[in-house]
Design a protein. Structure first.
Length: 267
């Protein structure tokens, strides 16, 4: 469990962008109203969002926009809408907990399953399987991803880190089952180095596509420059995001919290 009273100590202080400040306050408000409750893994529901669930889709869009603009946008005073659901045949997944009367999205990702995956445009040298999907727009709720740095929060950090990894395992297991039901065996993901490390430490099996190299494209030059901190277009290729296939099997997650070794294998 994670106490809401601790999580809501995080604030939008330090965020320079007015739009992001508004998004943070909007997303955090329902938790502040239930600050004596907890995030409880026993109450988590992993699901594929139906198109009629407009409130949850709006929340997902806000979470993705907050995360990607905060962490990756080159000009912190600008704002790019990367959360709006525009991908053809994209499926939206989320781990949700009911907080009071409000369904709270804790983490989210999408899967694109048509023939025009982003990786085919952004990378050269990619073989196209008969059926494939691409996992995109991984993001956490800002209360899990944008926490205070004061001394009072340090003791919760190992537990928070474990919680985030557990959430990702839940999310990806559901996404893998979704793919298997549709007989999709190949799943791609474009990952910057720090996300690749996080996923591998979480027990996710990744295999780099060795022939895939960033494609020169005027069409995507603006995106790469706008999200400079993600794409690192001027860095060596080995430091730029790379293309991976994602294995459907997970290794156990082993992590030490307060001196105790915690092993998470099957959820």
């Amino acid at each position: 469990m994670l106490p809401n009273d601790w999580l809501v100590q995080s604030s939008s202080a330090g965020i320079k962008n007015t739009k992001l400040t508004c998004l943070f306050d909007k997303l955090v408000r329902p938790v502040r109203e239930q600050r004596h409750a907890c995030l409880d893994a026993a109450l988590y529901e992993c699901r594929t969002l139906d198109e009629t669930e407009t409130h949850l889709h709006e929340q997902v869009n806000d979470i993705v926009n907050f995360s990607y603009n905060l962490h990756y946008l080159h000009d912190q005073l600008e704002f790019e809408d990367v959360g709006t659901h525009t991908e053809k045949q994209a499926h939206v997944f989320a781990v949700v907990q009911q907080v009071g009367s409000h369904p709270l999205v804790l983490t989210t990702a999408r899967a694109v399953v048509d023939d025009e995956l982003d990786c085919y445009e952004l990378f050269a040298g990619v073989n196209k399987p008969a059926k494939a999907a691409e996992f995109v727009r991984f993001a956490f709720h800002p209360l899990l991803d944008f926490i205070g740095k004061d001394e009072g929060t340090k003791r919760y950090r190992p537990l928070l880190d474990l919680h985030k990894r557990y959430l990702f395992r839940l999310l990806l297991r559901h996404m893998f089952a979704f793919m298997e039901a549709r007989e999709i065996r190949t799943v791609f993901a474009i990952l910057p180095l720090h996300v690749k490390v996080f996923l591998e430490q979480t027990g996710i099996q990744l295999t780099r596509v060795p022939a895939a190299v960033p494609a020169a494209s005027d069409k995507h030059a603006f995106m790469r420059q706008a999200f400079y901190k993600y794409w690192r277009p001027d860095a060596k290729t080995c430091r730029q995001p790379a293309l991976y296939t994602v294995g459907f099997c997970m290794s156990p997650l082993v992590q030490t919290v307060d001196g105790l070794s915690i092993v998470i294998d099957q959820e």
